[in-house]
Design a protein around this ligand. Sequence first.
Ligand SMILES: [Zn+2]
Length: 366
Amino acid sequence: MLNIQKVESYPAATDYMDDIIKMIQTLMDKGYAYVGKDASVYFKIESFASYGRLSHLCLDDLKAGASSRVAVDEYEKDSVSDFVLWKSYDKERDGKIFWESPFGKGRPGWHIECSAMANSILGDSIDIHVGGVDNIFPHHENEIAQSEACTGTHFVKLWMHAEHLIVNGRKMSKSLGNFFTLRDLIKLGYTGDEVRYLLLTTHYRTQLNFTMEGLTAARQSLIRLQDLIERLNGIESEVDASIDDLAAKTRYQFKKALGDDLNISQAMAIVFELVRELNTLCDGGNLGKDCAKKALDLLGEFDQILGFMPFHKQEKIPEEIKGYLEKREEARKAKDWENADHFRDLIKENGYTIEDSKSGPKLKLR
Ligand SMILES: [Zn+2]
């Protein structure tokens, strides 16, 4: 419903136990890891000089905490410490869940799972690594330490950390009653495109404040796009004018905006500036069939990235509803107002409205 492409692989840590164990072994062999008093294996952050590089931790903080160890996967930034690679088996805690390893029975820490899977699927070096802002420390900091200590090469060229979504200015939580699933929103009458629009058009490093007003605004923006698309599709006339310059300029600006750390707000402003200019050209009768086709192709090109352009909305209107519109028009022509109103109401009941346009009445999903 959200038009999200599947990624290439969805690995499970349990399928990579050999790689995980091999990586821990390498870290031990190279002197980056040691066995603690509790028989778990720890990464010695002191041994990795650039530890703290990603989360901008200060070296003094590191020294202060370097003597401590944590066996849990998530901890606060002020408790910088040696972190666990292999948790030794604890009957109470682990029950039947354990793997055999050269360091004894146990299970891997969360951080090493990611390093091992990334390494075996993508190789020593990754172009782009994404995640939520909450993953920067300790998770990604530890991934860097493990991977680079193991391979001796640069782990990630570009990190992109997404901010969290909030709802009506507050954290989304079940207890606050502001928890929405996609299914909830669809039930409320919103479409996947509208949700996608809202989620996509806030810059990834900006907190997205999710509100119903925001969804309504997304709907308005999509209607504006839909109106233009229908308008362009309806152009039959031949006009001797070119939009090549406008298209080239817009294409360049759109790519430039997204090339600047995915500046989606700027890119969307450019799309709507194009919408405005195309509407002005249509208003003045200055856009012919060929140019309309070029404009539609350009919007389609942008939609390869945006994925929410309402290109096919018109086709989705059920035949039954289209039939009501025809009958209403016939009744109107015959000045049979009672029947005309009856069919108008039927259309309304089915969630559509009738809008008058230059080329006659059109149906629209409300
Ligand atoms: Zn990870």
